[in-house]
Design a protein around this ligand. Structure first.
Ligand code: UT7
Length: 321
């Protein structure tokens, strides 16, 4: 038995920061940012935290699925930006939404986080250890961004997305791939703000997101098509069988390059980074929720999801909607 997604939800903070707003604080322009990345705006948390955003997205996903919080067996929450070390964000969400029968844990896999919790949720269901799993990707990246670094601050945004995965005897298609390369970890880093011996961490630039953009770009456009081909081969499917390719929303040029390498047009590669920027683990479930609520997803369609990011980590999966 495997799981099928039966409901989705998302939440983004109200506050919007446009490219023109950023041009007032760093040397950049709307033209540069939108041409090089596809991002025009991003939503930034004010009072919101990873937990509050995750709980709102989760509540909406349960409502969309028509499932009560008590039915949830497990909450898997992908995040790299929780403001607390413990209790885990998943346990705080469990309390917020009243999922009194659920276990919960956080998963740290950066922008590959949602793909990772999807795969874990499927493994729990396949092993018979859970029937209903709440998958969440939630990030508050604005707190880790160096707002004086134009190479990174233009990219990121805050938000959360969630999906309910439930055991379904009629679901059959599922293949996954997950990879990491710790040797390339240096290309995208952010040190903990709990460093031993450190005094004023607000001045320690290693505690902000630092990135070799070109290296990460090259990695993404090489590894994502490989992972997509890997899962399609395992599933004995071709790209023509896939209705939608839901890729992590990092940069529109990465998505265009992946589509080109798979010899496809952009029609089946939806994107929303124009509105939200790169929300790391939240980007795929926010996109999935938008696609679901706008009626673009039909039961039986085959979808590919692919995440990639810090670690380095990457992977893909193919499944039936
Ligand atoms: O979730 C995964 C996380 N990360 C990613 O996926 C990021 C992947 N990488 C990227 O998206 C791109 O590398 C960036 C958007 C970060 C940068 O684009 P790029 O085309 O690789 O630009 P670059 O770093 O090569 O910089 C080109 C020029 C440089 O100026 P010079 O040396 O040519 O004079 C930069 O200083 O653009 C300059 N630049 C900017 N100019 C205006 C860098 N950032 C900006 C900026 N505004 N915000």
């Amino acid at each position: 038995m495997i799981g099928r997604i039966c409901g989705t939800g998302s939440y983004v903070p109200e506050k919007i920061v446009s490219n023109d707003d950023l041009a007032k604080i760093v040397d950049t322009s709307d033209e540069w940012i939108s041409e090089r990345t596809g991002v025009r705006r991003r939503h930034i948390a004010g009072q919101d935290t990873v937990v509050s955003m995750a709980a709102k997205a989760a509540g909406r996903a349960l409502e969309n699925a028509g499932i009560s919080p008590e039915e949830v067996d497990l909450i898997l929450l992908a995040t790299s930006t929780s403001n607390v070390i413990f209790p885990s964000a998943a346990c705080s969400v469990q309390k917020e939404i009243g999922a009194v029968n659920a276990g919960g844990l956080d998963v740290s896999a950066a922008c590959t986080g949602f793909l990772s919790v999807y795969q874990m949720g499927q493994a729990y269901i396949q092993a018979g250890m859970a029937r209903t799993v709440l998958l969440i990707g939630a990030e508050c990246l604005s707190r880790l961004v160096n707002w004086e670094d134009r190479g990174t601050c233009i990219l990121f945004g805050d938000g959360a997305g969630a999906a309910v995965l439930q055991a379904d005897a009629s679901a059959s298609c599922l293949q996954t791939a997950l990879h990491s390369d710790g040797a390339k970890g240096w290309t995208l880093t952010c040190d903990s703000r709990h460093k031993e011996g450190a005094k004023d961490l607000s001045k320690d630039l290693s505690t902000y997101i630092r990135m070799d953009g070109k290296e990460v770009f090259k990695f993404a456009v090489t590894k994502v098509p490989e992972a997509v081909r890997e899962v399609l081969k395992k599933a004995e499917l071709s790209v023509d069988d896939i209705s939608w390719f839901l890729l992590h929303q990092a940069n529109i040029r990465i998505i265009e390059s992946v589509a080109k390498r798979l010899r496809l047009g952009m029609e089946r590669f939806p994107s929303n980074m124009e509105e939200y920027g790169n929300t790391s683990a939240a980007s795929i479930p926010i996109l999935l929720d938008e696609m679901n609520r706008s009626g673009k997803l039909e039961r039986g369609q085959k979808l590919v999801m692919s995440g990639f990011g810090a670690g380095l980590t990457w992977g893909a999966c193919v499944f039936e909607w």
